[in-house]
Design a binder for this molecule. Structure first.
Ligand code: ARG
Length: 466
């Protein structure tokens, strides 16, 4: 960025001003440091606006051609990295307009007819968020594909299913991974909803009241891929719901990513050792030679903080703002950019870890049987075969667990005589339900962890995501 000294008075409102801004005024006022990320959207919006002005007879066709030619040259210059962004020109809109006028003269000065930076920035920012939604949606789909692929591989591999992080009932690793596929599918749904409501065009609302020029708002809306023009000019320039909805979707998805990252951290820890990440997704320690740290998972877990912070930050900026535009709203962008970046990076890192991780299926299977994880299967057997009421069966099983625990053995290691001491009706057949494989295979209710069901769900997802 060049620090060209500000002109004595601002070139855009200098008519009414005798002097330029204080240095600190320029510093607090400028957004070019971050809103240069809107340059593609700004040029797209200006091209659509100029074409509409010409078609409606508001500017001459020759002016439109000059504007289009100038904007194309500016796009190429920005792309190549040698566009002289100037802080004295405040934001991306003034930077581009100033260079356009330098290049094409009078025509450049006509571009801002029937437009304000208020509807301009609202349009640019919507376009940017819409592009971000499309990119993130594709990344979510990619992560879901990675998860469903691994789920199909491990549809029948048991692991401990937990509640309260205590062994509860065995589940399969594939089933566990597919739980996250459901979460990320809902995240995509939230993005789709957000996109639907976002897709109205503010351009033509001008500063706040609309314009006296005979513009065609349908034309610019269509040219920019919006479903329709926004219906109320005050709302069009002061609404940032689309950014808030995007951030809310981001915060919920970051929370999902964080929960999964936390599980990876736990699964990688030495006492668990359920999965191993390759060197590609692991770091070492400068002092402890044995360490393999899951830093990527930890950072995905941590990035939730900045994403949630961006949501709370923008809600706080917007609350209490009277209609219509206020400069406070310039603070809408950095949080959204940062959250979108963090979300995209977290999705890429998570997809990488999912494809990379090697589960230790033997260890997971052994752990799945520990902690009397098949106690519910025993209780269910007492209900199904001996017709005990479930509460009674629960009590009998509790006593058997207490016996096994006192002996330091699993339920299946109790003798039939020991079983019958608690419930005389128990037969040898009970042992068939006490293995983890029998346990998971029996969970055939819709949505349950039975391997056949998990395999079918994984296949269904892979087909839908193909
Ligand atoms: N840089 C400003 C923003 O991001 C553009 C809109 C400025 N509008 C105004 N009336 N000062 O919000």
């Amino acid at each position: 960025m060049t620090d060209t000294p500000p002109p004595p008075a601002n070139a855009y409102w200098g008519g009414r001003f005798a002097a330029g801004p204080a240095a600190v005024m320029e510093e607090i006022n400028a957004s070019i440091g971050f809103d240069q990320r809107l340059w593609r959207q700004d040029i797209r919006g200006s091209l659509a606006h100029a074409a509409m002005l010409a078609k409606c007879g508001i500017i001459a066709p020759a002016d439109e051609q000059d504007i289009a030619r100038g904007l194309a040259a500016i796009a190429a210059q920005i792309e190549s990295g040698d566009f002289p962004f100037a802080r004295a020109l405040e934001d991306i809109h003034f930077n581009i307009e100033a260079r356009l006028t330098e290049r094409v003269g009078e025509a450049g000065k006509r571009l801002h007819t029937a437009r304000s930076r208020n509807d301009q920035v609202a349009t640019d920012f919507r376009l940017w968020v819409r592009d971000a939604i499309d990119g993130l949606d594709a990344q979510l789909a990619d992560l879901m594909r990675a998860l469903a692929t691994r789920a199909a591989e491990h549809a029948a591999d048991p692991m401990p299913g937990m509640t309260h992080l205590q062994s509860a009932q065995p589940v399969t690793f594939g089933h566990h991974l597919l739980a996250y596929v459901e979460m990320f599918a809902r995240d995509r749904g939230r993005l789709a909803d957000c996109r639907k409501r976002l897709n109205e065009c503010p351009l033509g609302a001008a500063a706040l009241a609309g314009t006296s020029f005979p513009i065609d708002r349908e034309m610019t809306a269509t040219a920019l891929g919006f479903d329709r023009p926004a219906a109320n000019s005050l709302d069009a320039v002061s609404d940032r719901d689309f950014a808030l909805e995007f951030l809310a979707a981001a915060a919920i998805s970051a929370m999902h990513l964080s929960r999964f990252a936390e599980e990876i951290v736990i699964w990688c820890s030495a006492p668990f050792r359920f999965v191993r990440l390759s060197d590609a997704f692991t770091t070492g320690s400068s002092i402890m030679p044995q360490k393999r740290n899951p830093d990527a998972a930890e950072l995905v877990r941590a990035k939730t903080g900045r994403v949630t912070g961006a949501l709370v930050g923008l809600l706080t900026v917007m609350k209490g703002l009277p209609l219509a535009y206020a400069k406070d709203m310039q603070e809408d962008k950095e949080g959204v950019f940062d959250a979108a970046d963090a979300w995209a990076l977290s999705l890429a890192a998570t997809a990488g870890m999912v494809r990379d991780l090697v589960p230790d299926t033997a260890r997971m299977r052994a752990a799945a049987g520990a902690g009397f994880a098949t106690a519910t299967d025993l209780a269910d057997w007492l209900v199904r075969v001996l017709h005990l009421p479930f509460r009674t069966a629960h009590h009998v099983t509790g006593r058997l667990v207490a016996r096994a625990e006192a002996k330091g053995v699993d339920l299946a290691a109790l003798s039939l005589a020991e079983m019958q001491a608690e419930e005389p009706g128990i037969t040898q057949a009970v042992y068939s339900v006490l293995t983890v494989d029998a346990s998971v295979a029996s969970r055939t209710s819709y949505g349950g962890t039975a391997p056949a069901h998990v395999a079918a769900q994984a296949a269904r997802w892979l087909e839908r995501l193909a």
